[in-house]
Write a protein that binds this ligand. Sequence first.
Ligand code: NAD
Length: 322
Amino acid sequence: MRIAVFDTHPYDEQALSAANASVGHSLDFFEERLYDKTVELAKGFDAVCPFINCRLGAVVLARLAQLGVELVLLRAAGFNGIDIAAAGQAGICVARVPAYSPEAVAEHAFALLLTLVRKTHRAYNRVRDQNFSLDGLEGFTLHGRTFAVLGAGRIGLCALRIARGFGCRLLAYDPYENPQVAAEIGFEYASVERVLREANVISLHLPLTDQTHHLINAEALAGMCRCVVIINTSRGGLIDSAALIEALKRGQVGGVGLDVYEMEEGVFFNDLSDRPLQDDTLARLMSFPNALITSHQGFLTCEALHAIAVTTLESATAFERH
Ligand code: NAD
């Protein structure tokens, strides 16, 4: 198949080209994101391969169909950037990569957590300035603390396994309980209220839906252990950022590690005139020394990129044969 790969970086190109060596599709790489202003680039291709930050609504999808595109190969798990019903109406098939490396995201959650609890980000900056003072750098050990996940799916379970290695007491909230896996890993299912009340560390691993939007709001934050550490590698909309800023100010929250944030769309689309960066929430969050923010990079390991490339190309081959 002739595939136009959008929003590419050297690491995507490398992973897809390597995986394609034994498959033989024709790949063209574009740095542009796929949306209404770039859709004409898809002319002459059978498939487009966008990343998570694409915006494929009814108009773009209809134009893609007119240009001869039959398949969207989304190289990500979340498909909130694509109007699936409109794709169906346009006669376009959509494939995604439902799971590639839960370990990558869970390990990134721990990278954020360990940095926060041992304040290594602050020590690193000091030492670079030839300042070896320890003042204000006292941390705490994870051993013996209560580590909880909200959402015990693929990534949440990986996070619980890692936390077990640190000697934490483990809690999880998930609407679908699996007693067998709880016994195997050694965690206890609990209500959201109990997780919020008892956990010293809360790591979010549930999808963003109407039910989970702002699950961590002012009321939830007020009910948490004092100095709780919150890690979000899932989706920004799970946390009410304004309420989080207030809780950080009060010292209710001891640390927060965010790989994702509500205003992320504004950040990634600030090159697009129609989606300017709306507010200064991110800057306000970054002003707290105990807020650690990364750029939605939880997935970004060579293993995950390889798995994404392989599954994407397998989907193209399956479509070609169907
Ligand atoms: P998954 O589908 O395996 O697990 C999600 C879990 O959440 C499931 O067990 C489900 O039962 C549970 N859940 C659903 N609704 C819930 C609710 N209302 N309350 C509590 N739990 C609920 O998904 P996953 O692969 O573990 O991914 C989790 C999230 O991680 C994804 O939704 C995605 O947003 C995010 N993610 C982030 C990155 C990154 O780079 N930072 C990469 C991949 C995925």
